[in-house]
Design a protein. Structure first.
Length: 304
């Protein structure tokens, strides 16, 4: 791979999680990828993308090379044993993993689920997204980490809230010792959902009304010639009108707070993937023909 392609690779990091700014977190490896860099050309002909998912459209060897580049950049020279990923199924299933679960970058994931956790040094956890919300959590005292893939179904099933509870059981984590980051994902501005999704959230969360807002169609033709879009259907039964937009990032922030994390320990990192397809992959904006980003977190192996 040409150096000019690799040099564009970008790792989004959480301010204050770097060992340079906080030496006590020098053991922590983390990072969110973008689409910049890599060797993938299928999604934007003439451009090089960092697709990190084994999609049907991309060459497996290219994806493996992309993963190698990203893992090396995210690790910043820290020694790791390897990467663990999941066959994500939009669930609330969280798995504790170790070095025995590490797979080569060119091999597909075996484990199913949408959350990973470990306290074993050198094991890098990876979650793939292309609009869904990635959430990284670290225990500053126990040196344990977790990564969650939170689409609307996983969010509804409280994967992040339950995942923090699992950290308490598995590692003895205390919520006040945890820090978390919500990475790049689709923003409320771009995430229209159906009435059935809103109803399901309202049945589960007392604060559900705060997660939704009405967004009106800003089509200039419709605004200039409203009579062309009149309908004889009864109010509430027409496709014309406002749509409900869900704030997935806020929903997961609220779950972290409900799990006991301090407000100041939860960081929002990244931009809307739907708005910024120049920087991120977006399954919705790109109508399904897109790559995958990866969010990673791990405990560095001790230096010898």
């Amino acid at each position: 791979m040409a150096l000019s392609q690799a040099a564009q690779l970008e790792v989004v990091r959480v301010p204050g999680w770097s060992g340079r700014s906080k030496p006590q977190l020098g053991w922590l490896i983390h990072g969110f990828s973008t689409r910049l860099g890599g060797g993938t050309t299928v999604y934007r002909p003439g451009n090089f993308d960092l697709n990190l998912g084994f999609t049907e459209s991309d060459d497996r060897a290219t994806v493996a090379a992309n993963r190698g580049l990203f893992v090396a950049a995210a690790s910043e020279g820290k020694e790791i044993k390897g990467l663990v990923t999941l066959r994500q199924i939009h669930s609330s299933l969280v798995r504790r993993v170790s070095a025995k679960d590490v797979r080569e970058n060119g091999m597909p994931a075996v484990l199913k689920g949408d959350g990973l956790m470990t306290d074993e040094p050198g094991v890098l956890l990876g979650i793939q997204t292309a609009d869904c919300i990635p959430v990284l959590v670290a225990d500053r005292k126990k040196r344990a980490v977790a990564a969650f893939h939170a689409g609307w179904r996983g969010t509804l099933a409280r994967i992040v809230e339950n995942g923090v509870g699992r950290m308490r059981v598995e590692f003895g984590s205390r919520p006040e010792d945890l820090i978390a980051s919500i990475g790049p994902g689709i923003g409320q501005c771009c995430y229209a959902v159906g009435e059935e999704v809103q109803q399901q959230f309202e049945s589960q969360f007392l604060y559900a009304s705060e997660l939704f807002r009405e967004v009106y169609d800003s089509d200039p033709i419709r605004q200039k010639y409203p009579m062309l879009f009149l309908t004889a259907r009864a109010p509430g039964h027409s496709d014309i009108g406002p749509s409900m937009h869900l704030d997935l990032a806020e929903a997961n922030r609220r779950q972290l707070l409900a799990a006991g994390l301090r407000k100041g320990a939860v960081f929002l990192t990244g931009q809307c993937t739907g708005c910024r397809t120049d920087r991120f992959f977006s399954h919705r904006t790109e109508r399904g023909f897109t790559g995958r980003m990866m969010s990673v977190i791990g405990v560095a192996r001790p230096q010898v």
